[in-house]
Design a protein around this ligand. Structure first.
Ligand SMILES: Cc1cc2nc3c(=O)[nH]c(=O)nc-3n(C[C@H](O)[C@H](O)[C@H](O)COP(=O)(O)OP(=O)(O)OC[C@H]3O[C@@H](n4cnc5c(N)ncnc54)[C@H](O)[C@@H]3O)c2cc1C
Length: 764
C-alpha cells in the first residue's frame, strides 16, 4: 500500500526524453515522416495526442486516403504516391480490401512499432515550446492524460505534422490563415469574401442494416428544421462515411480555437439529418437502419499554413512549374469549399484539375524563420488556393516522407533544414528519396553505389509489344474509348482493330498524344479519320502514315458510336491501359473540364481507365513489335510508367522468365532491392470503398534468386508489395545473380521496374 500525507502542492510524473528528431502529430504525414527518418537510422520520438495513428484517416475520423490518382477520375496515370505511403496503402489493400477503418489503425500502429528507432507516445499532446536564440526550438512539453505524465522532449530537429501546427505556432513561425486576395499571387481561383476564406470541419456517421425495424429518438440538440440544409432534397439514406464530406461547418469561424463549437454544430446537423431520414417518412428504405457510429472528433480541413522560403500558388499547379528543389508531387484538384458549408446554397465543393501532376519544392516544407523546424502535411507553405490540392492525405504523407529524409540528412551532417539548399545537398536529398521509392517528376535515380549499374544485364526474354489481338469479349463503343500504346520513336505502326457494326455506320478515329511529355492528358490530336463500317463483324486496318518524334504513349481513340462494338481482351500488361471519356462526378469529372473565364485553369477532356474487373484492353494489334519492355529499363532509375512503361517484362510464352546480372569480378552483396508492379494507377482508397482484389494482378508473387553456383540464395512466395528488400544476414560474394520469376497469371507477363544491388544495407 502507498500512502501520502496531505500536501500543499503535488507534481505530475515528469519524464525527460531526447532524440534526433521529434515528430509532432501522428497523422499520415507524421507517420510517414517518422518511419522514413527512422529507417535512415535517426532516433525519432513520434508524439500523437490521440489513441490511434492516422489523423483524419484513422477510425476516429474515417476519411479515405487519396492523392494524385484522384479516385482514378483525372488524367494522372500511374500517379499513386510511392515510398512509405505506398507501402501502407498496398498493405492495407492486402489485409483490408473491405476498407475497415479499425484495420487501418492496426496496420499503422503495427508499421510504427516495428521501427526500433521510433519511440511512440500516444495520447500525448504537445502544449509548450522552449527555444534558444529566438529561432531554434530546444524542446517541447507534452502531457499524457492516460498515465498522468508530463514529457519534456528535446531534439536538434522538429517536424510539425499536427495539422494546426502547434509547434510552429508556439515557436513563433510565420504563418497565414484565410485566403489570400486574388492580387497577391494573381490566382484566378482565389475566393471572394462571400464564398469564404477557410474550409470547414466535417463529421461523418456510419449506418448499419440490422435486419429488423429500428427506431430513433433524437437528442435535444439535433437540428429541427432540416430545410436549413439546402441539400436535404437530395439526401440518400444509404450514404455514409466519406460520402458525407458535405456535412461541413466552420469556415467562417476560427478553425483552431472554435473547433469544439464547430463540433457541436456538426453533431446538431448529423443527428438532425439522421432524425429526418428515420422519422420524416420520406425514407422507407431506412426502416432497418441504425446509427452504428458517429464521429466525435471533427475532421479538420484547413487552419494555419506556415511560410517557408517559397509559397506554392495556383500557377505552380496549373502550369506544372518545374523546381530544382522538387521533392514530391501532388495531383488532387484545386478543391475549395464554400465557407458556409452545409448551410450554403452553393455546390459543396469547387474542383479544378491540372493536366498532370505537379512538383512540390523543398522550400515549402520548412519554416522560413524557425531554423530547425520542418513542416509536413496540410500546414506546408502554400497559398489557400494551392492548399486546395496539396491537402489530401497521400500527398501529405509524401511531403512527410520528404521531411523525414531531409531530417535524416540534417542529423547525419549536423545541418539545419536550409543547409540542404545547396545544389549538391538537394541532389542528394532527391536521390535518397527516389531510392526509397519517392517518384519525383522529371528526376531519376543515378546511384553510383548500385552494383547493378556495373553489371552486364540480360533476360531470358523481352516482351515485344504488339498490342492485343485476342478477343475475349465485345463491348459497345457508346462511350468514347481509347487504347494507350507505348511506342518507340519513328514511323507509327499500322493498327488492326476488330469491330462489330450493328448497322452500316461511320466511325471517327483519332490519334492523340499529350502535348506535355510525361502528362497523360491527350490534348494534341495528330490525325483524325472517318472509317466506313458495314453491318457485321470486320477487321479494319488504320495506317496514319505518321512518325513519332520521341518514345511516347499514343492514344488510339474512337468517338462514341452506339452502333458499334469493339473487341476487348483479358490480357493485361504493365504500363498499358485502356481509357474512356466518361464521367466521374465524385471528383468533378464531367467528361470535359470547362472552367469559367478568368479562373486560370485549363480546359481539357478526361480520359480515364475503368476499375477492375472492367478496364480490359482493347483488342488492337499493331504491325511492328515495339521493344518497350527491354531489360535495360531495370537500370533507368524510374520505377513506374511515365512516358514509357519503364519496366522489363518477359514474353508470356517464356516458361521460366529470368533476369541475369553478371560482373567480371566477384561482388560482395548485402542487399538486393527489387521493385514490382503494384499498379500505381490504383488509388487504393483506404476505407469504405471495397476493392475486388487484394493483390494487384501485375505483381510478381513468386521468385527465387540464385548465385553463380546456381544455389538458391533467396526465395519469395506470395509477394504483394511494390518493394522487396532482400537483406542477407551475411554478405554474399558472387559474379552472377539470376532472378527467376513466375508470371503472375496466364494473362499477365512477369514484370519488374528495377533491380539494385548494394554492398551494405546502410542507407544514406
Ligand atoms: C471532411 C474532410 C474530408 C476530406 N476528404 C479527404 C479525402 O477524401 N481524402 C484525403 O486524402 N484527404 C481528405 N481531406 C484532407 C485531409 O484529411 C487533411 O488535409 C489531412 O488529414 C492533413 O494531414 P495532416 O497529417 O497534416 O493532419 P491530420 O491528418 O489532421 O493529422 C494531424 C495529427 O496530429 C495530431 N495532433 C494535433 N495536435 C497535436 C498536439 N498538440 N500534440 C500531438 N498531436 C497532435 C492530431 O490528432 C492528428 O492525429 C479531407 C479533410 C476533411 C476534414
Amino acid at each position: 500500500m502507498k500512502r501520502e500525507e496531505p500536501s500543499l502542492k503535488r507534481y505530475l510524473n515528469q519524464v525527460d526524453l531526447s532524440a534526433d528528431l521529434v515528430v509532432a502529430g501522428g497523422g499520415l504525414s507524421g507517420v510517414c515522416s517518422a518511419i522514413t527518418a527512422a529507417r535512415q537510422g535517426v532516433k525519432v520520438i513520434l508524439v500523437q495526442d490521440r489513441p490511434v495513428l492516422g489523423g483524419n484517416s484513422s477510425s476516429e475520423v474515417r476519411l479515405w486516403i487519396l492523392g494524385a490518382t484522384s479516385h482514378m477520375g483525372n488524367n494522372n496515370r500511374w500517379a499513386r504516391e510511392g515510398g512509405v505511403i505506398d507501402e501502407l496503402l498496398v498493405e492495407n489493400t492486402y489485409r483490408n480490401p473491405e476498407g475497415n477503418p479499425m484495420i487501418l489503425d492496426m496496420i499503422l500502429l503495427d508499421k510504427v512499432i516495428q521501427e526500433p528507432n521510433i519511440q511512440l507516445l500516444l495520447n500525448t499532446a504537445i502544449y509548450e515550446v522552449s527555444k534558444k536564440d529566438n529561432d531554434i526550438i530546444e524542446s517541447v512539453e507534452a502531457f499524457c492524460s492516460q498515465n498522468s505524465t508530463q514529457y519534456h522532449l528535446s531534439a536538434p530537429l522538429f517536424c510539425d505534422a499536427t495539422g494546426d501546427g502547434i509547434v510552429g505556432f508556439l515557436s513563433g513561425a510565420a504563418f497565414r490563415m484565410g485566403a489570400e486576395p486574388r492580387e497577391e499571387f494573381n490566382e484566378g481561383m482565389a475566393p471572394t469574401e462571400e464564398y469564404g476564406e477557410l474550409l470547414g470541419h466535417s463529421l461523418y456517421f456510419y449506418s448499419k442494416d440490422t435486419g429488423k425495424p429500428v427506431k430513433f429518438v433524437p437528442p435535444s440538440f439535433a437540428l429541427n428544421d432540416i430545410t436549413e440544409i439546402p441539400r436535404f432534397r437530395n439526401f440518400n439514406a444509404n450514404e455514409f462515411g466519406c460520402k458525407l464530406w458535405w456535412v461541413e461547418f466552420g469556415g467562417r469561424l476560427d478553425t483552431v480555437h472554435d473547433t469544439e463549437k464547430i463540433k457541436w454544430e456538426l453533431w446538431k446537423v448529423v443527428y438532425g439529418v439522421w432524425n429526418h431520414i428515420k422519422n420524416s417518412g420520406d425514407f422507407p428504405e431506412a426502416e432497418n437502419l441504425t446509427l452504428e457510429w458517429v464521429g466525435t472528433i471533427p475532421g479538420k480541413r484547413e487552419s494555419r499554413r506556415f511560410e517557408g522560403d517559397y509559397i506554392m500558388t495556383q500557377q505552380d499547379l496549373v502550369a506544372q512549374r518545374k523546381h530544382d528543389d522538387a521533392i514530391a508531387f501532388g495531383g488532387w484538384s484545386i478543391d475549395l469549399h464554400p465557407a458556409d458549408g452545409v448551410y450554403s446554397e452553393r455546390p459543396g465543393c469547387n474542383q479544378w484539375h491540372s493536366k498532370g501532376i505537379f512538383q512540390i519544392p523543398y522550400r515549402t516544407i520548412y519554416s522560413k524563420n524557425i531554423k530547425n523546424l520542418f513542416l509536413a502535411g496540410r500546414i506546408i507553405s502554400v497559398s489557400h488556393v494551392a492548399f486546395g490540392a496539396t491537402r489530401v492525405m497521400a500527398t501529405c504523407g509524401y511531403i512527410g516522407q520528404a521531411a523525414g529524409m531531409a531530417a535524416a540528412m540534417c542529423v547525419k551532417n549536423g545541418f539545419q533544414p536550409k543547409d540542404l539548399l545547396t545544389a549538391e545537398n538537394l541532389k542528394n536529398l532527391q536521390q535518397n528519396l527516389i531510392r526509397e521509392g519517392q517518384y519525383i517528376p522529371d528526376f531519376s535515380l543515378a546511384d553510383e553505389n548500385d552494383l547493378a549499374q556495373k553489371a552486364k544485364l540480360s533476360a531470358s526474354s523481352e516482351y515485344q509489344f504488339k498490342g492485343f489481338e485476342q478477343v475475349d469479349l465485345w463491348k459497345s463503343l457508346a462511350i468514347p474509348s481509347a487504347q494507350m500504346f507505348p511506342l518507340k520513336a519513328g514511323k507509327l505502326p499500322v493498327f488492326t482493330v476488330q469491330l462489330h457494326a450493328l448497322a452500316d455506320t461511320k466511325l471517327e478515329v483519332e490519334l492523340r498524344i499529350s502535348s506535355k511529355k510525361g502528362n497523360f492528358t491527350p490534348d494534341d490530336t495528330l490525325v483524325q479519320k472517318n472509317v466506313a463500317l458495314q453491318k457485321g463483324k470486320q477487321i479494319i486496318e488504320i495506317d496514319f502514315d505518321l512518325a513519332l518524334e520521341t518514345d511516347d504513349y499514343v492514344y488510339l481513340m474512337f468517338a462514341g458510336n452506339p452502333d458499334v462494338e469493339i473487341g476487348f481482351t483479358e490480357q493485361r500488361l504493365t504500363g498499358v491501359l485502356s481509357v474512356f471519356n466518361s464521367k466521374n462526378k465524385a471528383v468533378s469529372n464531367n467528361g470535359k473540364q470547362v472552367p469559367p473565364a478568368g479562373t486560370g485553369v485549363d480546359e481539357f477532356e478526361f480520359w480515364c481507365p475503368q476499375r477492375r474487373p472492367n478496364g480490359q484492353n482493347l483488342a488492337i494489334n499493331i504491325s511492328e513489335g515495339q521493344s518497350v519492355f527491354g531489360v535495360k529499363n531495370l537500370l533507368n532509375g524510374i520505377d513506374r510508367p511515365v512516358s514509357q512503361p519503364n519496366a522489363w517484362a518477359a514474353d508470356l510464352d517464356d516458361i521460366n522468365p529470368s533476369v541475369n546480372l553478371s560482373w567480371k569480378t566477384a561482388q560482395v552483396i548485402k542487399k538486393i532491392d527489387l521493385w514490382f508492379d503494384s499498379d500505381f494507377d490504383h488509388p487504393m482508397e483506404s476505407v469504405l470503398m471495397t476493392h475486388p482484389e487484394n493483390v494487384m494482378p501485375f505483381c510478381v508473387r513468386d521468385y527465387i534468386i540464385k548465385n553463380d553456383n546456381n544455389e538458391i540464395i533467396y526465395e519469395q512466395k506470395n509477394n504483394y508489395q511494390t518493394r522487396n528488400q532482400v537483406i542477407f544476414e551475411k554478405e554474399i560474394t558472387t559474379k552472377n545473380l539470376t532472378i527467376e520469376l513466375q508470371h503472375p497469371s496466364g494473362n499477365i507477363p512477369a514484370a519488374l521496374f528495377a533491380v539494385r544491388c548494394y554492398a551494405d544495407s546502410k542507407n544514406i
